[in-house]
Write a protein that binds this ligand. Sequence first.
Ligand code: KE4
Length: 446
Amino acid sequence: MPRKRPPGCAKSGSKTHRNILILTMTNSEKLFERAQTVLPGGVNSPVRAFRSVGGNPPFIAKAYGCTLEDADGKCYVDYIGSWGPMILGHSHPRVVEALHNAVDRGTSFGMPSPLEVELAEEITRRVPSAEMIRFVNSGTEATMSAIRLARAATNRPLLIKFAGCYHGHADSFLIQAGSGVATLGLPDSPGVTKGAAQDTRIAPFNDLEAVEGIFLGARDSVAAVIVEPVAGNMGVVLPEPGFLRGLRELCDRNGALLVFDEVMTGFRVHPAGAQGLFGITPDLSTFGKVIGGGLPVGAYGGRADLMKLIAPSGPVYQAGTLSGNPLAMAAGLATLRELTDDAYVKLERSSGRLAEGIAHACAERGIAAQVQRTGSMFTLFFHDHPVRNMRDASQADHPRYAKFFHRMLAAGFHLPPSGYEAWFVSLAHDDLVIERTIAAVGEALT
Ligand code: KE4
């Protein structure tokens, strides 16, 4: 005799049950359900799907200052910062004004326009090593173009990158280290061919000896070493003293080019990026995020003799329909112009206070934690010793981070949904928000 269903309890899967479900679903849940039928994983970039921390992502309807507001009107203090671009905070009046002015004059011309010259001049003025630059539409385009240029300039095939450093999703970068000491690259994603992988070598971050070993084994075949001068994609991992200078010397000794991937660190950790902070001059640099002020932009640049090899001044082909898009240029210019020396002093103060407050909250609860920071980007690793490379980062307590993440989300603080990402502080995170965050961290740790 089937058990009688209590009144008002519809049979699972029935139309009534479905209707009740829909009534109880949040707008974000409904959007996520719809999104998953038309977008792989329901998102347009994997990390947004919360796979690393579990649960379903809120769909963000609008953002202002340091606040995200989701499709259900719930507000969060934002520490994702769109993964780096929103250093001023969201909807900054000067950026919005610049966009209004630009959009009234048209959205894309497919021909040179004044703003791309102005932004290029602003960037090359701030970063002396970038004598010339080329705008593209994403960090991935910037890094893949820089590597093509390096291979052309040196007439060499090999690229050295570091485990845990992310340079976008071009085939040359989606490579994992071979087993053991073999640093041969292996495809790290279906669709990346062995052919693409064979020209990439992998070394552990902060391991100069491993890089030297690759150079010894590869003789004169290495075109470039590409590195995040402060790693931000295995969580924030700082270069150890001498590491970047060692890379510079190894490249000089072996006729290879040094490429700093400053897509994340550029204008984030210092007015002249990580190269300004550490005083190391790369041959090529890549940029993104901040220079677009929230619109799609990337750029690569460096020594003029190298950049002049890029079409149409040289034979190395690279192009882009929307490269130098006037709206993106306007937002990027407005953003950089707000990044004065005082702005960096403020960012350093607020980020330092937040990092110190989080570290203290963990310590006073006897929780093993490392708060690793450069400028206004940092990562909280639940780990009992400093994280100096990807192996260390993978040994952090990521399940604990997931729990912490959700407690903070419930409290109205949106951290990066992965322990391998950076928190980003903006100029809109004032002292009150910083202190509220520290208090919430203390609550979420217990
Ligand atoms: P994009 O192609 O995503 O614009 O940039 C790729 C890239 C290149 N280099 C560095 C140092 C980067 O950090 C990135 C992209 N960063 C990630 C954040 N971990 C973007 C977030 C995402 O993939 O959705």
